[in-house]
Design a protein around this ligand. Structure first.
Ligand code: FMN
Length: 380
């Protein structure tokens, strides 16, 4: 059976992911905040976006799926969103996704809280390397990480601003998930039922926040490491702090997690090159709006000069087209890529990109749209 037969779409990958990784890891990936209403709205927002197909054509050309952002022409208008602690879901998933993204000419965003460091990803991602950072309370650490991202060749710095306080996610609390993980009887029972994950994880070692390793207290225990990191990022994102990031980073700077037009205007005034309209995959505020509900207000607020990226609930090439048709300049997907890693291991990275690209191209062809920038014309 080929991968296409086994996993023709992301929902097939999600189904197998659930059977292949321990419950605490699966819950960490799929879970949202509160009653998960926002998580569900992300998906239902997608289903509400419909196209009017045009079948009587003027030309016989195939659709051009390529799309430019920040002067780079990508193969398609989507990329990999930052996923913290992704090694818990599948070991070395940042490395596998970065290589696949480079081969597919799609951007890969490494989370500052990933289990691989910005240096680990440098060669793998090449010019498709974006790096995401949370603002910490230590200016020296901020500066050092930004400089390292530059040296490692990251093309774009993504500053995530939507975690102003500690988060309470029910699934993780019930599972007793801690970062780094503690293994009690409950988790060990889950692990022994997932031998492929257990073997791959044992080979990779205990996942760590490798970008932060140089700043950790020497010989710190796992507990004190967790405390140190939690304290480090427990800081409000002020406009001044964001300005300092702007001053330190000479390349493209993207502010991720904005949901209010006045915040978008502030980010623009600080010199952001783009913002990502994102509710963090439904993981932060259960009463948040979704990207499609916000794109036109955000555009009105910032005008045409800065790019508007969007994410949340995208699980297919059709969904990529839906979000682009709603006015996004580019989109990111988080869980879709991780379902592929969990379902297939390293092979999943390339396969899911093939699937999403094929679905996107077929959507354009099906509705008669020849260029990505024309997608809004096909929206009902
Ligand atoms: C398990 C998990 C971890 C995440 N970690 C981060 C992170 O470290 N930094 C960040 O900016 N966003 C993080 N996000 C949010 C994603 O970047 C993205 O906004 C979200 O996943 C998009 O929704 P989707 O998963 O429905 O595609 C995380 C999301 C998930 C599901």
């Amino acid at each position: 059976m080929t991968l296409d037969q086994k996993f023709p779409c992301v929902s097939d990958m999600e189904r197998i992911a659930k059977k292949r990784i321990p419950k605490f890891a699966y819950d960490y990936l799929v879970g949202g905040i509160g009653d998960e209403a926002c998580l569900q709205s992300n998906r239902s927002s997608m289903a509400d976006i419909k196209f009017s197909p045009h079948y009587l054509r003027e030309s016989t050309d195939n659709p051009d799926c390529s799309h430019a952002l920040f002067g780079h022409v990508y193969d398609a208008p989507f990329g990999v969103a930052p996923i913290g602690f992704s090694g818990l879901i599948w070991p070395k998933s940042p490395e596998h996704l970065a290589v696949a993204a480079k081969n597919h000419n799609l951007p890969f965003t490494l989370s500052g809280f990933a289990t691989s460091s910005v240096e680990d990803i440098a060669a793998a991602a090449g010019t498709c390397h974006w790096f995401q950072i949370y603002i910490t309370k230590d200016d020296d650490v901020n500066q050092s990480i930004i400089e390292r991202a530059g040296v490692a060749g990251a093309e774009v710095l993504v500053v995530t601003v939507d975690i102003p306080t500690t988060t309470r996610r029910g699934r993780d609390m019930k599972n007793g998930l801690s970062v780094p993980p503690h293994f009690d009887w409950q988790t060990i029972c889950q692990i022994v039922q997932r031998p492929a994950w257990a073997l791959a994880s044992a080979a990779a070692g205990v996942p760590q926040f490798r970008t932060f390793t140089p700043y950790m207290p020497v010989n710190a225990s796992l507990d004190s490491t967790a405390e140190y990191l939690a304290d480090l990022v427990n800081v409000p994102v002020t406009q001044d702090r964001l300005k300092r990031f702007r001053d330190l980073w000479p390349g493209k700077l993207v502010v991720k997690g904005l949901l209010d037009p006045s915040d978008a205007q502030l980010a623009k005034s600080i010199g952001a090159d783009a913002i990502i309209i994102s509710n963090h995959g439904g993981r932060q505020l259960d009463a948040a709006l979704t990207a499609p509900q916000l794109i036109s207000q955000m555009r009105e607020a910032v005008g045409p000069e800065i790019a508007l990226l969007a994410d949340g609930g995208i699980r297919s090439g059709l969904d990529v087209a839906r979000m682009m048709a709603s006015g996004a300049d580019f989109v990111l997907l988080g869980r879709a890529f991780m379902f592929a890693m969990a379902a297939m291991g390293p092979k999943g990275a390339d396969h899911v990109m093939n699937v999403l690209k094929a679905e996107f191209e077929i959507t354009l062809a099906q509705i008669g749209c020849m260029r990505v920038s024309d997608l809004p014309k096909f929206l009902i």
